[in-house]
Design a protein around this ligand. Sequence first.
Ligand code: NAP
Ligand code: GLV
Length: 310
Amino acid sequence: MILLVKSGGESSLPEWRVLFATLLPELEVRWWNDPEVRAEEVAYAFVWAPEPGRLARYPNLRLVVSSGAGVDHIVGDPALPCVPIAKMAAPEAVARMREYALATVLFHHRKLHRFVANQRARIWREEETTEAARRSVGVMGLGTLGLPAALALRDVGFRVRGWSRTGREVEGIETFSGRDSLPAFLGGTEILLCLLAATPETAGIICARSLAMLPAGASVINAARGSHVVVTDLLAALDSGHIEAATLDVFDVEPLPEDSPLWTHPKVLVTPHVASLPDRAARARFVAAAIRAFEADGTVLNRYDPARGY
Ligand code: NAP
Ligand code: GLV
């Protein structure tokens, strides 16, 4: 049985092979474009952004494990076979996103972008800030990554609110669900952190209309997918002063094109899609756990639900 791998570039294959040799010794590990792969022997695929139509070529494919927590890079395939998909949920992936949430929310909370600009201009100026207990942080998306991030922010002392599709009760966090509650959620959010799934419903959700619902001086962080933000609307809100600053980790086109105005905008921090990048060993452990759980009784870890779209 073959485990087909497309994650991290072909040069990473030797490392994957070493990792899987211990974790899944019974599987033959082959690279995605290996011309000698016998299609009928492919049982598992561990992939990032497979070309449309490719997964349908393997008649005995049992399980796809997404190399990312998001699956938009897989499920846009019109020929996607009816095979279960496990979304990456390595504990390290969750921990890394929690770190990114803490780092960026604290960056905006303490208005560090202002000090960065002031330093460049050799300006010694205090900026008024407040304590975390008086700052409200709104987390959009309370899933595998969003909920742990929200809990960590709560534990630092922020007033945390969370928005999701179905709603849930979380101790110490004010929760909101559904579109109708978006104005109330955003109206009380001073630092917005987006960790939503990318679906047609959430595309463009951070737009002129929703930005206007945030209080003046709010900051925006997007660590989910580029599709969530209408960049021209965000730039307009930054330039008008309504939005204080933004941190963006994900973009419609990656790498971010050289001529993007985001690179040089004084109120924007760009990070190159690094919010949660667990190392190969951590991802390999999750792949092995997903395959073992599936083989044991058909359980699909962190399963993608086609009906929900995430
Ligand atoms: P997840 O477990 O699938 O959670 C998605 C969350 O989005 C859930 O809370 C869900 O609500 C909410 N949601 C979906 N549709 C919604 C809607 N129409 N209205 C309101 N809420 C909606 O996803 P995850 O694993 O936490 O990943 C979150 C995001 O992070 C994804 O976009 C992923 O691609 C991105 N990501 C980025 C990086 C990076 O390095 N930048 C790394 C990993 C993941 P319910 O709770 O009600 O279902
Ligand atoms: C990265 O963006 C992921 O989806 O894990």
